[in-house]
Ligand binder design. Structure first.
Ligand code: KG4
Ligand code: ZN
Length: 344
């Protein structure tokens, strides 16, 4: 196998997106996605059993689409990579089982990788090699962490994370309170553009000063109480102002904490990834605050921020390039895989 330009196929099934990505080295060739999000909408959140079944149905067609988009054959693939965790156990198992079958039948190496490290690594496809070290703020529906990343293929440390709701989960829950639909992040982002972020002083959810952790459950409850009080008083709820004020509270805390980690560790590169990184206000505020702090900011384009197979292929490619050993074919799906474990 050519170590610096391997053709890697990555499979992602940790939540509700069946993603198959194909890369050659740092070049993205295909990023096929099938999402079951519509099937979860009426429940207001992802239903694990529904997601697992949808992965099973979408796997074959999504693989075929990725190969066609990349213009390559299955037999051209040098290595497979798959999200081994963290994520929903049943959903992960579908991807891991499929990847094992493909790798075994084609006699190619398989890398079981960490979903969070993959969210970081994907930026290499867009902005080139990651600075070593960098700080990564990962914010999505399932996870919210601040990571110190000396080497995305070998060494990642968690310095802070949410102590309760993930950032995206808070967006989704607040959207439910406001009757806006699911997933809530994109809708709140849109509504907030018409609202005043200073209209309501929601709590900042800093958790404890002096730590890099944060908390969103108090903020979510504060929004619910505020809306209930308005409704009880028979007054109209200013939905855009609530959305803008809530969003401001979330992005204020996230950017503050992430930049504090950069400063305390003398790191000058910040990467933001995960579904919430698609948030327009987070992108703007992070850019302003990074500029003021002399920190370079990297944010992948929105399609690479939400869950996808390209990120898994990107990390697989990095592992091949750095000469790491592939996984054993007995590799498990580990729903609570710690971030320090980059490959299983
Ligand atoms: O990374 P992702 O696709 O899946 C998980 O691993 O969770 O992230 C999905 C989350 C959802 O909670 C969704 O509401 C949120 O990302 N999200 C956003 C935006 N787009 C997606 N949150 C805020 N603003 C957005 N524009
Ligand atoms: Zn994710």
């Amino acid at each position: 196998m050519i170590r610096d330009e391997p053709l890697v196929l990555g499979i992602e099934t940790s939540c509700d997106e069946t993603g198959v990505g194909i890369v050659r080295g740092h070049t993205l060739l295909a990023d096929a996605i099938a999402s079951s999000v519509d099937q979860h909408a009426r429940f207001g959140g992802v239903v694990p059993e529904v997601a697992s079944r949808a992965h099973l149905e979408a796997m074959g067609p999504t693989i075929d689409r990725a190969l066609a988009d990349a213009g390559v054959k299955f037999t051209d693939v040098d290595a497979f990579a798959v999200t081994a965790g963290p994520g929903l156990p049943g959903a992960l198992m579908v991807g891991v089982a499929a990847a094992k079958a493909y790798a075994l039948s084609l006699g190619k190496p398989l890398y079981g990788v960490n979903h969070l490290a993959a969210h970081v690594c994907v930026d290499q496809l867009e902005h080139g090699p990651l600075p070593k070290p960098c700080v990564a703020l990962l914010v999505s529906g399932g996870h919210s962490s601040i990571l110190l990343v000396p080497d995305v293929a070998g060494e990642v440390h968690s310095l802070g994370s949410t102590v309760d709701d993930a950032a995206g989960e808070a967006f989704d829950k607040v959207a439910r309170v406001l009757d806006l639909g699911f997933p809530g992040g994109p809708i709140i982002d849109r509504m907030a553009r018409e609202g005043d972020p200073a209209a309501i002083a929601f709590p900042r959810g800093k958790y404890k000063d002096g730590t890099y952790d944060f908390s969103f459950s108090g903020l979510k409850t504060a929004v619910a109480r505020w809306v209930e009080a308005k409704e009880r008083a028979g007054e109209p709820v200013p939905v855009s102002d609530v959305a803008a004020s809530f969003q401001e509270a979330v992005v204020d805390v996230l950017t503050q904490k992430a930049l504090k980690v950069c400063k305390d560790n003398d790191v000058h590169d910040l990467l933001i990834g995960g579904g919430v990184a698609a948030n327009s206000r987070l992108r703007t505020l992070a850019a302003e605050r990074c500029e003021a702090a002399g920190v370079r900011l990297r944010v992948p384009r929105p399609k690479l921020c939400t869950d996808n197979g390209a990120m898994v292929a990107a990390l697989g490619s990095e592992l091949v390039a750095s000469g790491r050993a592939p996984s054993d074919l007995q590799l498990p799906a580990d729903s609570s895989l710690p971030i320090e474990t980059i490959t299983l």
